[in-house]
Design a protein around this ligand. Structure first.
Ligand SMILES: Nc1ncnc2c1ncn2[C@@H]1O[C@H](COP(=O)(O)OP(=O)(O)OP(=O)(O)O)[C@@H](O)[C@H]1O
Ligand SMILES: [Mg+2]
Length: 414
């Protein structure tokens, strides 16, 4: 009997159901047959990352070396793009070797599919790196996600549209409405949140109009749907319409998509309790994934309850990483949280607490690391983006003492 072959790779398991996108997945598959770089391009929250991971999970099976996700969102420094890719591939730096060279030498004869997620803030560095990989590693193909194209030779751009919209007022027959992508996402998330929600004749018009108002943007739809625990679709529609109306002078249709999303996040944020708001804005200090202990470390007490309700409200994503349970903010949410932290005049104090926490934490972990290397490496891997961003912050304000302490404490990781 043939045993299932285990492909290497690091793609995360999807933690919520995946809806629709058949056309886009098919298109991506077709393009990847000929092109070696396909960039999924679209606005924040439209579903680029989900689509890339879904497609790579299917397509990765035909690559001997499997499919690998590299998250660039958390990398602030373009010079670290190669290091990030190496870390994602489980390669360690070697003293004296230039990371890009090491990487290219490793990839040269490999057959892999690489998903480079969130290239937009490092477009130039990502473009340069991908260009070098494509030139020297013929068996490697890349799916990039970005809010703008990488603009290098050989790139095929696949624009990611919002989810397919239903007809106004849910005018189509019920079975057809259920098949609609935006409606299906709303219904799934609303049912998961409330436990009882079902699409019916009495709510179909409101649900369809809500999806239309939200431009079929998955992130906005998810934020609205979790509110179905206490509000009806009509109530949500009414409240959101009021907000959008204020922005456009009541003529709907002139709102750009990023405005739709920003306003929906605003609305969700305003519905949080004061403690939830306060915790949410602090979470932007974490550049990458974080644990409950980290949140407590940056000076928030009694966080468990508040953090759980932020997860329930889709403001924070929960993820299982190896054994540990951890959390992260969607990129768009992190940008938003930082704005709110600044508005509240808390940025400096919270950043300082975060720095103090990581310096103390890393120095504490260091001495015993050699006896518990596996555990220490796992922790460092989860936290490395946070640690790097703290280092950068220290350097930016001329705090070389603490930056050096951090480098010394995580030196083994590199
Ligand atoms: N086809 C889908 N099925 C189910 N959920 C989806 C789908 N597409 C997107 N989502 C959900 O919508 C949210 C936003 O999607 P995603 O993170 O993929 O957007 P993005 O385009 O990568 O955004 P950004 O540019 O900010 O990185 C996520 O919570 C994701 O799980
Ligand atoms: Mg993304």
């Amino acid at each position: 009997m043939a045993r299932p072959t285990h492909r290497p790779g690091n793609l995360p398991a999807e933690s919520t159901s995946f809806i629709g996108r058949r056309r886009e997945v098919a298109e991506l598959r077709k393009k990847l047959l000929t092109a070696r770089l396909v960039s999924l391009v679209g606005p924040g929250g439209v579903g680029k990352t989900r689509l890339a991971i879904r497609a790579a999970t299917d397509l990765g099976r035909s690559f001997a070396g499997g499919a690998w996700l590299v998250e660039l969102a958390e990398v602030g420094d373009p010079a670290l793009a190669s290091n990030t890719l190496m870390a994602a591939l489980d390669l360690r730096d070697q003293a004296g070797a230039e990371p890009t060279e090491l990487l290219l030498a490793y990839l040269k004869d490999k057959q892999l599919l690489i998903v480079l997620d969130n290239c937009e803030h490092l477009v130039a560095a990502a473009a340069e790196l991908v260009h070098a990989i494509l030139a020297s590693a013929p068996g490697v193909r890349v799916i990039a996600t970005s809010r703008e194209p990488l603009s290098i030779p050989g790139e095929h751009v696949l624009p990611v549209p919002p989810l397919e919209l239903p007809a106004a007022h849910g005018a189509e027959p019920m079975h057809q409405l259920r098949q609609n992508e935006a409606v299906a996402l709303f219904v799934e998330r609303a049912a998961a949140a409330s436990g009882t929600f079902e699409l019916s004749r009495s709510n179909q018009a409101a649900v369809a109009d809500l999806c239309r108002q939200l431009d079929g943007l998955p992130l906005a739809i998810e934020l609205a749907a979790v509110r179905m625990r206490i509000l009806t679709a009509d109530q949500i529609l009414e409240r959101l319409s009021d907000r959008f109306g204020l922005l456009t002078g009541s003529v709907r249709g002139a709102l750009p998509r990023h405005q739709t999303l920003h306003t929906t996040i605003d609305w969700s944020y305003d519905l949080l309790s004061a403690e939830e708001q306060s915790l949410f804005r602090k979470l932007c200090v974490f550049a990458g994934r974080f644990t409950l202990e980290d949140v407590e470390g940056v000076g928030a007490d009694e966080v468990l309850q508040t953090l759980s309700s932020l997860v329930d409200r889709s403001m924070v994503v929960r993820e299982a990483m190896r054994a540990a349970s951890c959390f992260r903010l969607h990129e768009t949410m992190r940008d938003y949280a930082l704005l709110k932290l600044r508005e509240a005049g808390e940025e400096e104090a919270v950043m300082e607490r975060c720095t103090a926490y990581y310096v103390a934490r890393c120095s504490r972990a260091m001495p015993g690391a050699r006896y518990r290397l596996a555990e220490w490496l796992e922790w460092t891997e989860l936290e490395i983006d946070n640690i790097r961003s703290v280092m950068r912050r220290c350097l930016n304000v001329g705090d070389t003492t603490r930056a050096t302490d951090l480098v010394a404490a995580v030196g083994w990781y590199w």
